[in-house]
Unconditional design. Structure first.
Length: 378
């Protein structure tokens, strides 16, 4: 769930590295390449890998990477359900992956082709098995993280004072706080699961609840702050936090930390903070999966195995500010990432993290309808 470089920058770098003529960005965004032995078609969250990683893979294997991006699990799922995507490898979040596995949208992973699969943290593998892939047959964990509060330190304290509840969902859901922060900008993720989880955690309820009472309570909570929210979006807030256009954003930890890094690099004086609220937060895990109609299955396995190498995944975590699932990579991480509690939370914070699960289709539809209503303010 990381977003940093624009997708066309990735494609331009890759095509240049392969010695091919660079197409215009519009052409690069077209459908994946037709099946070819030397191609792997990847569909991933925007800005969730580095150009250097893709270049290194192509240089080592001779396999050309065609890389497209999405910014929500719903977009990925719609393509998978429609079929004939042309993609060889995708990166679903666990609750969606569970439903997609049950629907037969992925083919089994051949673990014999992944000698480094044993590098994955046992607890991460256990979480994937418990939440989405009981047999461990379809998913290989990639990155994990939390959803919390990103904020502009000076603007928030200027409006709320030194005792601003920076480590509480009350920073967002208390209407008095939201009203005071409205002028400097509040953003919310455009993702129903995250939106419901944040509200339910604040209310002290189960993040997976679908009871009518809890849905009504979440509606009421958002209704009270809806006039103060600037927008719902799952990537725009990164740049807006970095340049001071918003002062509070519900976001993925790596995104917020990237916004912090961008602000520091630009020297614009914006100081971005991140907190995991004391009431708890969602823990998410993104995994790699091969669609059932993937045209280049062997190449997909080669790419997965490449990312399972500690020396490959550690620099990615350093760049993305996300915790990776590779236990052997821990010693190779920079101390800045390894020791950052916003990336690798301490045990007492880990104990409060919630694990969202896949909802039944009828329950999910109710939530999505409610979320659509919340966003529209009607």
């Amino acid at each position: 769930m990381m977003r940093r470089l624009p997708w066309f920058a990735l494609l331009v770098v890759l095509l240049a590295a392969c010695g091919r003529e660079q197409p215009a960005p519009e052409a690069a965004a077209s459908a994946p390449a037709t099946p070819a032995a030397g191609v792997v078609n990847i569909y991933n969250w925007s800005d969730y890998i580095t150009p250097e990683t893709l270049e290194a893979f192509s240089a080592e294997t001779g396999i050309r990477v065609v890389y497209d991006v999405y910014d929500s699990d719903e977009v990925l799922e719609a393509k998978l359900v429609a079929g004939n995507t042309g993609y060889d490898l995708v990166f679903p979040s666990l609750p969606f992956a569970q439903r997609q596995i049950a629907a037969g949208l992925y083919q089994p992973i051949d673990r014999a082709l992944l000698p480094n699969i044993g590098n994955i943290y046992p607890d991460v593998m256990a979480a994937v098995a418990a939440e989405a892939d009981p047999d461990g047959a379809h998913l290989v964990p990639y990155m994990w993280g939390t959803t919390g509060l990103g904020y502009n330190k000076s603007k928030v304290t200027e409006r709320l004072g030194a005792d601003a509840p920076l480590n509480s969902w009350a920073l967002l859901f208390d209407p008095a706080n939201a009203a005071k922060l409205a002028d400097c900008g509040i953003s919310m993720l455009d993702e129903s699961q995250e939106g419901f989880a944040a509200a339910l955690l604040y209310l002290g309820r189960d993040v997976n609840s679908t009871s009518a009472e809890d849905i009504d309570a979440v509606r009421a909570l958002y209704e009270a702050i809806r006039p103060h929210l600037r927008y719902f979006h799952s990537s725009k807030y990164i740049e807006d936090l970095a340049n001071g256009e918003v002062c509070l954003a519900v976001g993925y930890n790596g995104d917020v930390l990237q916004a912090r890094a961008r602000a520091q690099e630009s020297g614009n004086g914006v100081e971005v903070g991140f907190s995991i609220p004391q009431q708890g937060a969602n823990r998410w895990i993104d995994s790699m999966a091969i669609p059932k109609d993937a045209p280049n299955v062997a190449n997909a396995h080669r790419f997965i195995e490449f990312l399972l190498r500690p020396e490959v995944i550690a620099p990615l975590s350093d760049y993305l500010n996300y915790a990776n699932a590779n236990q052997q990579a821990s010693a190779l991480l920079s101390a800045t990432v390894r020791d950052d509690p916003g990336i690798y939370p301490p045990p007492e914070v880990m104990a409060k993290l919630a694990n969202p699960r896949t909802l039944a289709e009828d329950q999910n539809r109710i939530r999505v309808r409610a979320w659509t209503s919340i966003k529209s303010g009607r």
